[in-house]
Design a protein around this ligand. Sequence first.
Ligand code: SAM
Length: 270
Amino acid sequence: MSSFKAPPKKNLGQHFLADRTYIDQIVMAVNPRAGDRLVEIGPGQGAITFPLLRGQGELTVIEFDRDLITPLMEASEGVGRLTIIHKDVLQVDFSRLAGDEGPLRLVGNLPYNISSPILFHALEHAGAVRDMHFMLQKEVVDRMAADPGSKVYGRLSVMLQAYCRVTSLFDVPPGAFRPPPKVDSSVVRLVPKAPDEIGIGDRALFERVVRDAFGQRRKTLRNALSQLCSGADIEAAGLRPDARAEQLHVDEFIALTAHLAALPPDARPA
Ligand code: SAM
């Protein structure tokens, strides 16, 4: 790996994993099987890439930093067939990449500055994704996996848990990276739900209900959602208008959205 000469780039969130224990733990969590279509986001200097490539014989990676492309290619010689997509991951159409050869398994120690956009981008292509194993800031993973009633349960928890099963797997300390980030990290597994399991007809309305409900966390649902519906609507959906968003289960946000979507056109939220 001596050809990786460029210094780490802060603007690309480059904190390279350097601790074998955590690299092995990630590979074990992914548990790759023959025929799996693994795609790594942000291979960097290949900490996770090469163990995966060695095991699978082939791997696709998406890397934005042009200085890493040739060194990655050179380092893959004799290890396996590495396909490098030199692109911003947010511009990669995962549905197209998957084609009709089966869903992708996404893996990555993500650049933390764009981790939420990457998550939502992947979810837009959920039908093309079998699962995701991502390293993220621990604080973000805690919010993603939080249950109702928790201090960190919020919009991110509901939006992700509505579409995926989210499991926080293990924490990784700053010392495992070169250079070390300022924050703790965690590895999370996301498994997209099947479309008939999700039960959200109007996704834009669902997003609005969740955004408004958490926009004013301290307010009751009746007040936080006053632009969208009445207290009677909230009650008719089986919820308490004096409850707060942080107490509501994902299914309850979905039930409220379904109720509002089924109202006659003149009573529906504008
Ligand atoms: N996987 C390596 C590791 O664990 O050591 C590197 C992880 S580093 C935290 C994030 C990687 O994502 C870097 O290689 C960085 O260049 C790459 N990256 C940053 N922004 C990107 C983007 N928009 N699209 C694709 N890759 C990106």
